[in-house]
Design a protein around this ligand. Structure first.
Ligand SMILES: Cc1ncc(COP(=O)(O)O)c(C=O)c1O
Length: 500
């Protein structure tokens, strides 16, 4: 009837306590879980990233590792401060964070902190108290006021701090909004293809339906209102109820930056089809061609048009020049959303108590960076200029080198942190991939990893047109020469091996 006593069941020094497990107990099995979980896919940390991690351990623990490379290049993830990518944190942000963690430092190491940092930390301490306490569920009111001021200065239109919600990164806000909008099994959310897989993963987990609309690679990954209209018509014909339009601007993985005329069309389209506009603007300060491709927020366009379209815009401290992914900070702003719905959003965030205080402080530093005349301004400017310049230079160099390769075309992205080159794979490579049970671009990316230690994400993880193959790589890696050189050598070898 009972299985033998588990070998872990007798605590040391105790001969008397026994725990029994019934023989017929199966324990927790996969089929007992919410089946929706099984449909969730998140390629950014999928098969390739897992294999790269195994290689990383092998390189670290085994000097005779036998691998044809000596390091892993993490080009799969937009995690700027990750070891190997090494984007330096902004000194001002870290100094404020340090004083928030341990206020006594201001006295103990007075010379280490410029005056404006000490003043900022004191101000935040008086508003927050200790960061070890829960805050208001919507986020510290003072920080929300600062976010609202940042939005007003950016757009030239008022922002209501009561309609700003601080979050644990943009992901938390996106997940909340998507789950609130999926009201029945026929609820559909329009998502760009290719897309950042947070969207498909969240929809899968909460049994919502993605309505894909394709971005136009031939037109530098442009977003097309007629393409979205066609996607809506198809979905409606299939009995799906479109609830919201997701736009990622600047785009991930494409790096495309929307122009205002297209944004206006999208706002009109949302009005016409009664859609909530979900604007993912986490890359708004990652711009590599500001003169030709400036960033305009959807909030500004909605207000300039005098539109009543419900809009939720997301921002984050994970990207931009801040790059504080691990701190988990972000916010979303609701515009044209009724108070009864704001109250429900508040009810839902209050279930989670509050966003991390360290992340909220990070948001405050992002929206209130040092200004000319402040003691920290010169260093802040030098640091942020260097990060912008490195990203711009790497993006351009990599795009040019990729475009020079046979069978590769790559839109030179004006924004975000990535390139999304298209690879035209030889038939023999596609057949070899199918034989190996892999998507052809995953097969290519796995061979790239095995050969060079470069970890990218295959295009199938983001969605792409049938029969097309891509991969996404970040432009954050230092040492572009070495890195792109290895990529080029691999590509030529791969194409030769499969008879291109
Ligand atoms: C388009 C997009 N939205 C949201 C996120 C999530 O960012 P966060 O770290 O703020 O949750 C990412 C992260 O890569 C992203 O690329």
């Amino acid at each position: 009837m009972f299985r033998s006593v588990s070998k872990f069941s007798v605590p040391r020094g105790s001969a008397k306590v026994f725990f029994f497990r019934p023989f017929n107990m199966r324990g927790l099995t996969v089929d007992a879980l919410n089946p929706a979980i099984l449909n969730v896919q998140y390629a950014v940390r999928g098969e390739l990233a897992i294999k790269a991690e195994e290689y990383r351990v092998q390189l670290k623990t085994n000097t005779a590792h036998g691998l044809p490379f000596n390091k892993i290049i993490s080009s799969n993830i937009g995690n700027p401060q990750q070891t190997g990518l090494d984007q330096p944190p902004i000194t001002f942000n870290r100094q404020v964070a340090a004083l928030m963690e341990w206020p006594a430092l201001a006295e103990l190491a007075r010379d280490a902190f410029p005056e404006d940092v000490i003043a900022r930390a004191k101000e935040l301490q008086s508003e927050i108290g200790t960061i070890g306490a829960y805050s208001h569920s919507q986020g510290v009111p003072f920080i929300r006021k600062n976010v609202a001021r940042f939005i007003e200065e950016r757009d030239g239109y008022p922002s209501n701090p009561n309609h700003v919600f601080l979050t644990a990164g943009a992901s938390a806000g996106v997940t909340l909004l998507l789950t609130m909008l999926i009201s029945n099994p026929k609820s559909g959310i329009l998502i760009p293809i290719p897309q950042y897989p947070l969207y498909t993963a969240t929809l899968a987990a909460h049994s919502g339906l993605g309505i894909p609309y394709h971005l136009d690679e031939e037109a530098d990954w442009a977003t097309s209102a007629p393409e979205i209209e066609a996607a809506i018509a198809k979905a409606v014909a299939e009995g799906i109820e479109p609830k919201a339009l997701v736009v990622i601007n600047p785009g991930n993985p494409t790096g495309a930056v929307l122009d205002e005329a297209t944004m206006e069309q999208l706002v009109h389209l949302c009005a016409q089809h009664n859609l909530v506009l979900l604007a993912d603007e986490v890359y708004q300060s990652n711009l590599h061609a500001r003169a030709t491709h400036p960033f305009t927020s959807f909030k500004k366009v909605v207000r300039a048009l005098g539109s009543a379209v419900p809009l939720v815009s997301f921002h984050s401290i994970s990207k931009g020049v801040t790059g504080e992914c691990g701190r988990r900070g972000g916010y979303f702003e609701c515009a044209n959303i009724d108070e009864d719905i704001i109250a429900l959003v508040y009810k839902m965030v209050s279930v989670g108590l509050c966003p991390p205080l360290a992340g909220q402080v990070g948001v405050d530093c992002m929206v209130r960076s040092p200004r000319p005349g402040d003691a920290s301004y010169a260093l802040w400017k030098t640091e942020t200029d260097a990060t912008h310049a490195a990203l711009e230079q790497r993006t351009k160099t990599m795009a040019a080198r990729l475009n020079a390769l046979p069978g590769v075309s790559c839109v030179d992205s004006p924004g975000a942190l990535y390139l999304f080159p298209r690879i035209r794979l030889p038939t023999a490579a596609i057949e070899a991939a199918r034989k190996a049970g892999k998507e052809p671009d995953t097969f290519y990316a796995l061979e790239l990893l095995d050969d060079t230690g470069i970890c990218v994400v295959s295009g199938s993880g983001f969605g792409q047109k049938e029969g097309q193959y891509h991969y996404r790589l970040t432009c954050l890696c230092p040492g572009v020469e070495e890195y792109v050189g290895a990529l080029e050598r691999f590509h030529r070898k791969f194409m030769e091996r499969y008879g291109a």
